[in-house]
Design a binder for this molecule. Structure first.
Ligand SMILES: Cc1cc2nc3c(=O)[nH]c(=O)nc-3n(C[C@H](O)[C@H](O)[C@H](O)COP(=O)(O)O)c2cc1C
Length: 498
């Protein structure tokens, strides 16, 4: 059965149901489901035991009823909990589909959310129904779809309040310019906007509109207002528009991106030794173009930086990983920004500040060509092409020497092929960072691109104290990553002095 509609209940019974639902933090509809489930279970087990008579109340329900402080205080609604306590696999999402071309992608989003074990209830605006049918949404969600503020089918309680609160979060996709404007101004003249005004759950918007609408000062103002109200926003992405010959920023984020962002919002508060810490990590090489088809690069695979990002996220940190071109997939729970050249990497690093810890594991190209060819440089009989090199920005030194926003712990990597410790020590002093992870990248060691690493950790002594050097045994790169994360956790907890 996809939904429940119970009509012609007497007022007293309705009031009792509401009271019971409020005590258990459920919607009235869910309360009825629970009562029916309990009744069915008890009569099935009674039949199996050969018992007759009244079914017993389930122990969970009765202990909640007796023990809850809110007993008898229905007037205290709205629900005080930011997220209702539910089993991990029962996350409920109210998906509001707005009236834009991208509404068809919202159908795929329903599937992506359900793949992630979410229970999806769809609300379609009047305009959305011009683009997709309630029938399609309901078939994919396995639930009835909601379209009207004044819905004669919802008898138990005000439908918009239930849809606003009986969920763990609300996703609006596509979020039209119109919906954003109404939200920013607190309108509630249809079901979607009434839900959005009545909710105390996290709201994630996936805007989608023509680039001119997106860049219109009115939309910019509304966006800024919504963000400052705590509304979360994903996208829009750049790309081609549905309108012929139009491109720019305005495409709705892909359903998978939206579903992942929603899951991120629903993830329980992180625990672990780095919970609450923002960590910024760079990884991989940079590719410095010579012309449209050639570039200067190095053999860095990004594996060590990615492993550190994964370890830091597993330790509860909020991790941003800025990576050069590598063939690795995003570590779970990590915000990944992909760049190509050193200058972009520095820009992204600066934009990601402030951070508590910055770890610069990327093998940033030291040089780039002074003038990148607009066209492929041709082989000629007149000799070799003159390639003049200029220095790239030094990301580690730049961030280590910041006057403002310098992360309290800055860690660099030194990839050396000779005089490892000496070179790492002088790098530590020259760059102004706090720690250096030195690794021998001589071709014979197979570190570049390989899965194992041998490192020495140089930690500058506090207030001019001696630099400590630790030499770690050869380990897989994820072993090095977790040892480093462990060392960082001990350092910031004050358990060690280095
Ligand atoms: C063919 C067509 C495509 C549209 N696409 C979009 C769109 O992608 N984004 C948007 O913000 N509005 C778009 N609109 C305008 C919205 O449909 C219109 O603003 C509507 O009032 C939005 O209603 P809603 O916000 O209640 O869903 C489109 C309109 C038409 C006729």
């Amino acid at each position: 059965m996809a939904s429940i509609t119970v009509r012609r209940l007497d007022d007293n019974l309705k009031a009792q149901l509401r009271l019971r639902a409020a005590r258990h933090g459920r919607s009235v509809e869910d309360e009825v489901r629970t009562i029916l489930r309990e009744a069915a279970n008890s009569s099935t087990s009674a039949r199996m035991r050969g018992e007759v008579g009244e079914p017993k109340a389930d122990s969970r329900a009765s202990s909640t009823r007796d023990g809850e402080p809110g007993n008898g205080q229905f007037a205290q609604a709205p629900h005080p909990n930011p997220l209702p306590a539910r089993a991990e696999r029962e996350r409920k999402i109210t998906l509001i589909i707005g009236g834009g071309i991208a509404a068809y992608k919202a159908l795929d989003l329903i599937r992506r959310l359900k793949e992630r074990d979410a229970h999806v209830r769809c609300v379609l605006t009047r305009a959305a129904q011009q683009f997709v049918t309630p029938l399609s949404a309901s078939a994919l969600a396995h639930e009835r779809v909601y379209t009207d503020l004044f819905d004669p089918q919802s008898e138990f309680d005000a439908g918009h309040i239930r849809l606003a609160r009986d969920c763990d979060m609300i996703v609006v996709a596509p979020a039209t310019a119109d919906l954003m404007a109404k939200m920013a101004h607190g309108h509630a003249d249809d079901l979607a906007t009434a839900i959005l005004l009545a909710t105390n759950r996290p709201v994630l918007l996936a805007p989608a509109m023509n680039p001119l609408m997106w860049n219109n000062p009115a939309t910019r103002r509304n966006l800024a207002r919504l963000k400052s109200d705590g509304i979360l926003v994903i996208g829009p992405n750049a790309g081609e528009m549905a309108e012929a010959n139009e491109a720019g920023i305005g495409r709705m984020a892909e359903p998978i991106e939206i579903a992942d962002a929603a899951m991120q919002v629903l993830r329980p508060a992180p625990t672990g030794p780095l919970a609450g810490k923002r960590i910024l990590i760079t990884a991989g090489p940079t590719h410095e173009p010579i012309d449209p088809v050639r570039y200067i690069a190095n053999r860095s695979s990004g594996k060590q930086g990615f492993a550190i990002a994964a370890s830091a996220a597993a330790a509860g940190a909020d991790v941003t990983l800025i990576s050069g071109p590598v063939g690795l997939s995003d570590p779970p729970g990590v915000r990944v920004i992909r760049v190509e050249v050193a200058r972009d990497m520095l820009k992204q690093v600066e934009d990601a500040l402030p951070a508590d810890i910055a770890i610069f594991a990327a093998a940033v190209a030291d040089w780039r060509v002074a003038r990148e060819g607009d066209q492929k440089i041709k082989k000629t009989s007149s000799g070799l092409p003159p390639l003049q090199l200029v220095e790239n920005p030094d990301i580690l030194a730049t961030i280590s020497k910041l006057k403002q926003k310098r992360p309290p712990l800055v860690i660099g990597f030194a990839a050396e092929t000779e005089h490892l410790i000496d070179n790492a020590m002088s790098k530590l002093l020259r760059k102004g960072c706090d720690w250096i992870v030195a690794n021998d990248v001589s071709p014979s060691g197979g570190v570049m691109g390989g899965d194992r690493n041998t490192v020495h950790l140089l930690m500058k002594g506090k207030s001019g104290g001696e630099t400590q050097i630790e030499s770690w045994p050869v380990m897989p790169k994820d072993g090095v990553a977790s040892a480093l994360v462990d060392r960082i956790a001990r350092n910031i907890s004050g358990a060690e002095t280095a």
